[in-house]
Design a protein around this ligand. Structure first.
Ligand SMILES: Cc1cc2nc3c(=O)[nH]c(=O)nc-3n(C[C@H](O)[C@H](O)[C@H](O)COP(=O)(O)O)c2cc1C
Length: 364
């Protein structure tokens, strides 16, 4: 099985091509942004993944999207993350921190003030706040100087991540949060050097990459993108040009990897793969979790080097073993995906072959 083959990039060596996709679980202390003590065990249980990408972690409190999301903006948060990275390394794993600024996808009920964005364009729909689902608010447009400060927040969080023992960082440029809000025309209506032309809309994302790469070295920096994903009310009407140009600009760095979220038709990956010479991690968004068969075909087709699996990792901490054995997959109730509850977090057991049952399922 191709997914079980080792992967050797210039900067990254993985024992298999199965990554755990970043997944917010909302278990951190809401007041301090310190990850829950069980978070170390949660990730250590999943250390057989070739690579773990942590849940999105805010780079500044203003970039926090919802209740119970951890940060990497204070010493206390960094200390707690050290315990997590130690636990993963003790199990032989590798873990990148996903650095996140939610931009307008936040709420005064979460951050105590008006969220910031490239422009004062309100997100359609509702958002999950401390009081449950609530109406979105119009964000405040960032001033030019403030943008420089946000860039520095990413760089500082990257430094803290590495000091806390993360093997690298993945910049969250996907799913409608701040970085993608700068890329998309419907959320970026600026007329200064950060908006207007495609080149100007690329300025902020590229400044973040440059600052983070300078801080910790490009070989430990990755970027996640989701071209064309309408999540969080994003409209990318000139996405082909934007992402082609972004990848061309990124070629000057030898990044650890590019992480691309696509629909199962693989259209975005087919377009971007020839433009990207470095390692590519792919993940598919649809109503169903990315499956082993889909992962295999992405690698077979040469569209990805590594495949990230999200939902399957929630209830299957030992997913690579289950793939290898063709073992049955457990399913998690959606209710346990997010929230302060501690069930549905570290209590999914690894696969134990019950010989009679296993013989049956292996044949089917
Ligand atoms: C509970 C949950 C939390 C998620 N949190 C994040 C996140 O913090 N950062 C991110 O980039 N994507 C996040 N995603 C998206 C996943 O990384 C992934 O793209 C998506 O689940 C599709 O992959 P799958 O089919 O393998 O689950 C989340 C998805 C789920 C189900």
């Amino acid at each position: 099985m191709r997914l079980l083959e080792a992967f050797r990039g210039t900067a990254m060596r993985l024992p298999n091509r199965i990554a755990m996709a970043p997944m917010t679980r909302g278990r951190a202390d809401d007041l301090t942004g310190v990850p829950h003590p069980l978070t170390a065990e949660y990730y250590a249980q999943r250390a057989s993944a070739g690579l773990i990408v942590s849940e999105g972690v805010w780079v500044s409190h203003a970039g926090k999207s919802g209740p119970g999301i951890p940060g990497l903006a204070t010493e206390r948060q960094a200390e707690a993350w050290s315990a997590v990275t130690d636990a993963v390394h003790a199990e032989g794993g590798r873990i990148y921190a996903q650095l996140w600024h939610a931009g307008r996808v936040s709420h005064p009920g979460v951050i105590g003030r008006t969220p910031v964005a490239p422009s004062a364009v309100r997100q359609a729909g509702r958002i999950f706040s401390a009081d449950g689902w609530t109406d979105t608010v119009e964000p405040r447009a960032l001033g030019e100087e403030e943008i420089g400060e946000v860039v520095q927040d990413f760089a500082k969080a990257a430094r803290r991540a590495v000091e806390a023992g993360f093997d690298g960082v993945e910049l969250h440029g996907a799913n409608g949060y701040l970085i993608q809000e700068f890329l998309a025309r419907n959320t970026n209506r600026r007329t200064d050097r950060y908006g207007g032309s495609v080149a100007a809309r690329l300025a902020f994302p590229l400044e973040v990459v440059a600052a983070v790469a300078e801080q910790i070295g490009a070989a430990r920096v990755a970027l996640r993108i989701s071209p064309g994903n309408p999540e969080n009310d994003i409209v990318e009407d000139d996405g082909k040009e934007v992402y082609s140009r972004l990848l061309t600009e990124l070629r000057r760095y030898e990044l650890a990897y590019l992480h691309v979220i696509d629909t199962p038709d693989g259209e975005v990956l087919s377009h971007l793969r020839p433009l990207w010479l470095g390692p590519l991690v792919a993940n598919l968004r649809s109503g169903e979790p990315t499956s082993r068969a889909e992962g295999e075909s992405l690698i077979e087709a040469g569209l990805a080097d590594v495949v990230a699996f999200g939902r399957l990792f929630i209830a299957n901490p030992d997913l690579p073993v289950r793939f290898a054995l063709g073992a049955p997959l457990a399913e998690a109730d959606h209710d346990v995906y997010y929230g302060a509850r501690l069930d549905g977090y570290t209590d999914f057991p690894p696969f134990e072959p019950d010989s009679a049952k296993f013989a049956c399922s292996a044949r089917s």
